[in-house]
Write a protein that binds this ligand. Structure first.
Ligand SMILES: Cc1ncc(COP(=O)(O)O)c(C=O)c1O
Length: 356
């Protein structure tokens, strides 16, 4: 495979002269900061958030590089992975000309991102066991295909994609292959972050929103070649990660041990909840999960979803997605939330099926 990043990036992005922030233009000791039109008196609320944050989040990247065993220049951070998804479209896909491939059912933001950016979507649905249809993906690729979006473990199905299939796609495609690993910490599968040197076209997405428990901070991570990271840096808004988020992320990264304990606890609760739900009458299937959620197939799933809403328990009805008829996606809650869910489900099952 001959991958040439310059053939994949949009020509206007290749030529783009990025915004140069005040912080980009000096080096050395900064004592009197009169360069960025900040408010030097500070805010009445706090003393220090009057300054713009580090545009490249250097301290965080140094720590992450150590934790993930990559170079700091192979890391890009976004305002959630959702921002990175959008930036990937804007960096690589020419609106009205290029196309991308998705494998539904999967995370809907790939489709939304394509539609926002006026990029054609080609679909290679997952097979009935929710694995990739590699032959179909290969058939869909044409000269204008820029990105293939893979999600492993996949949302909403919960399974990890077969590693060999992902490698086949990486080996045979001359564009960008995104492997979205938002849920990787809940799985026993090996991350693709360690494969960056093997695949110049690989982009791995991870997030602090799931295993790290920091969805409210909005910090997503992208691991890729330094060339790809360089293009994303050109396209991103200058200060896309707030100072508050950067400070808290730095603290959180000190707590890898506690986070691992929490992941273990969530996985134990997932296994226990899967067993309880699978043993309930009329439940047709609890799909195996490598994530912090379960996909559950049950007759009249939409009615179950609506009933639980009336009890203040909110699931995600996924019934309208391909191969997900009559399925709800259930996030693993805390112990009390899981108990409430099981009780309310049992109530609904008794009411609904006893009548028939
Ligand atoms: C597969 C997948 N990728 C990305 C995201 C978004 O993550 P973030 O909170 O970092 O934007 C989600 C959120 O549910 C997801 O399921």
């Amino acid at each position: 495979m001959q991958f040439d990043i310059k053939k994949v990036v949009r020509p206007n992005i290749e030529k783009l002269k990025p915004y140069s922030s005040a912080k980009d233009e000096f080096s050395g000791e900064a004592r009197v900061l009169l360069d960025a039109n900040e408010n030097s008196l500070g805010s009445p609320l706090t003393k220090w958030y009057n300054r713009y944050p580090d545009p490249y989040q250097k301290e965080i990247k140094e720590k992450l590089a150590f934790i993930k065993k990559v170079q700091a220049n192979q890391i890009f951070l976004g305002n959630g992975s959702d921002e990175i998804i959008d930036l990937l479209f804007r960096t690589f896909c020419e609106p009205g000309k290029d196309n991308i491939i998705i494998c539904p059912p999967t995370y809907p933001m790939y489709e939304v991102g394509a539609n926002i950016n006026n990029v054609e979507i080609k679909s290679a649905p997952l097979l009935s066991d929710f694995q990739l249809n590699v032959a179909h993906i290969e058939q869909l690729v044409n000269a204008n295909t820029k990105i293939i979006w893979l999600c492993s473990p996949n949302n909403p199905t919960g399974n990890s994609l077969d590693r060999i299939d992902i490698e086949t796609v990486l080996n045979h495609f001359n564009g960008i292959v995104v492997v979205d690993e938002a849920y990787i910490n809940f799985s026993k599968q090996k991350s693709f972050v360690q494969s960056l040197e093997d695949y110049p076209n690989l982009v791995v997405l991870q997030t602090l929103s799931k295993a790290w428990g920091l969805a409210g901070l909005r910090v997503g991570m992208c691991f890729a070649s330094k060339e790809i990271v360089g293009y994303l840096n050109k396209v991103k808004p200058p200060y896309n990660i707030s100072m508050v988020a950067q400070e808290l992320v730095l603290k959180a990264l000190e707590e890898v041990g506690q986070v691992n304990d929490m992941i273990q606890h969530l996985v134990e609760m997932r296994i226990a909840l899967a067993e309880v739900i699978a043993s309930m009458p009329h439940v047709q299937k609890v799909y195996p999960s490598d994530t912090n959620f379960l996909l559950v197939k049950i007759p009249h799933a939409t009615k179950l979803y609506q009933y639980l809403c009336t009890k203040g328990i909110i699931l995600r009805d996924r019934s309208s997605l391909p191969n997900c008829e009559n399925s709800v996606r259930i996030t693993i809650g805390n112990e009390q939330e899981n108990t409430e869910l099981v009780d309310a489900m049992a109530e609904w099952i008794a009411q609904t099926f006893d009548k028939a």
